[in-house]
Design a protein around this ligand. Structure first.
Ligand SMILES: NC(=O)c1ccc[n+]([C@@H]2O[C@H](COP(=O)([O-])OP(=O)(O)OC[C@H]3O[C@@H](n4cnc5c(N)ncnc54)[C@H](OP(=O)(O)O)[C@@H]3O)[C@@H](O)[C@H]2O)c1
Length: 323
């Protein structure tokens, strides 16, 4: 597994970031522990989790599973509840207890929120860094302007700056190409990308003819819509993968790796078998002309926004508190 530079931090992490959102949900503790240890043995030390995953169970599972090897991992977790100082400084205490460690490597604001105060957020994150409970701080789901705005307030006050923005990005949701990715390259912000397989859609988990099974992660309105809209594109992706003797998941992840703005795709798995399959994407490189071909397979018009809540945040003129 290749190591990559985590933007300005001077740290190196594995190019694959392991997403743990399914640990404690459809992936039980024994399976999760197996994935964590197999990941580390294969050079994957970059972990992504959050206080809210499985109401704290995910962090607890990680804490128990990596006892004795904690220092070998680079752990990211995210703030729970509000964006005020008490929530930001309190949430890390709870996460550290569950993770059985006295620091995390990267602490992220999980989502912006209407009425937020970037100055208070940056001051609180700085407190967390100064107390030694997080080595670096960052954000998730921030539009580009908010990263710049937050960092200018941090710079002016000598506070820790946001070093990473974690965003949704995949062959279908490409809105971040308009501003978030260029800003990250220009300002040396690390980009970690979640939902690389569109919850399994790009891995071929859901047939293009029938609706996803009840209870599965794919059984959502947007997935049904995507299956209808992208049936033909999916067939093109599957045929391209077959012709290269790789899986569609490998192609979809490798496509993300090719972007110079992407630091690490976050690969979420719910079994060791999925981990072993997806990790192979890091040994498969798309040639330049293949990258262009795959980029055009879905919707070649890159719209300003990604799907879901993200676009409402980007367009929200009342995101910051009244001044
Ligand atoms: N910051 C945020 O707001 C945010 C939001 C979402 C996620 N995340 C992070 O990003 C990570 C990845 O997100 P995601 O889980 O939505 O990513 P994803 O890649 O879109 O979906 C992962 C799902 O795809 C399926 N899958 C994975 N590998 C497969 C394979 N080789 N073959 C067939 N199916 C496969 C599994 O579905 P099944 O489990 O149904 O089998 C797995 O749970 C999460 O674990 C979390 O750490 C962050």
């Amino acid at each position: 597994m290749r190591k990559v530079k985590l933007a300005k931090t001077g740290e190196e992490v594995s190019e694959m970031c392991l997403g743990t959102m399914m640990f404690g949900r459809s992936c039980d503790e024994a399976e999760s522990a197996g994935i964590l240890s197999c990941a580390l043995d294969g050079g994957v030390n970059f972990l992504d989790t959050a206080a809210m995953y499985a109401e704290g169970k995910t962090e607890e599972i990680i804490g128990r599973s990596i006892l004795g090897r904690r220092k070998e991992y680079f752990i990211t977790t995210k703030v729970h509840r509000g964006l005020d100082e008490i929530s930001i400084t309190g949430s890390i205490e709870e996460s550290l207890k569950r993770l059985r460690t006295d620091y995390v490597d990267l602490y992220l604001i999980h989502w912006p929120k209407e009425g937020m105060n970037p100055g208070e957020i940056m001051r609180s994150l700085d407190k967390v860094v100064k107390s030694g409970k997080a080595r670096f701080v960052g954000c998730s789901n921030y539009p580009a302007w908010l990263v710049a705005y937050s960092n200018s307030s941090a710079k002016g006050n000598g506070w820790a700056e946001l070093v990473c923005n974690q965003i949704p990005y995949n062959l279908i949701e490409r809105g971040v190409e308009v501003e978030v990715l260029p800003q990250a390259l220009a300002e040396e912000i690390a980009i970690t990308t979640y939902r690389p397989l569109v919850r399994g859609l790009l891995a071929g988990k859901y047939g293009t003819g029938e609706p996803p099974a009840k209870g599965s992660r794919g059984n959502t309105e947007i997935m049904v819509e995507w299956l209808k809209k992208y049936g033909e594109s999916l067939r093109r992706l599957f045929s391209f993968s077959r012709s290269r003797d790789v899986t569609p998941a490998q192609v979809a992840i490798s496509w993300l790796r090719k972007s110079p703005a992407v630091t690490s795709p976050i690969v979420g798995v719910s079994s060791l078998d999925q981990f072993k399959k997806s990790v192979k994407a890091f040994d498969f490189d798309l040639a330049d002309e293949e990258y262009v071909e795959v980029s055009r397979m879905f919707d070649s018009e890159v719209k300003e926004e990604a799907a879901g809540e993200y676009k409402n945040l980007r367009r929200n003129l009342f995101l910051l508190e009244e001044r």
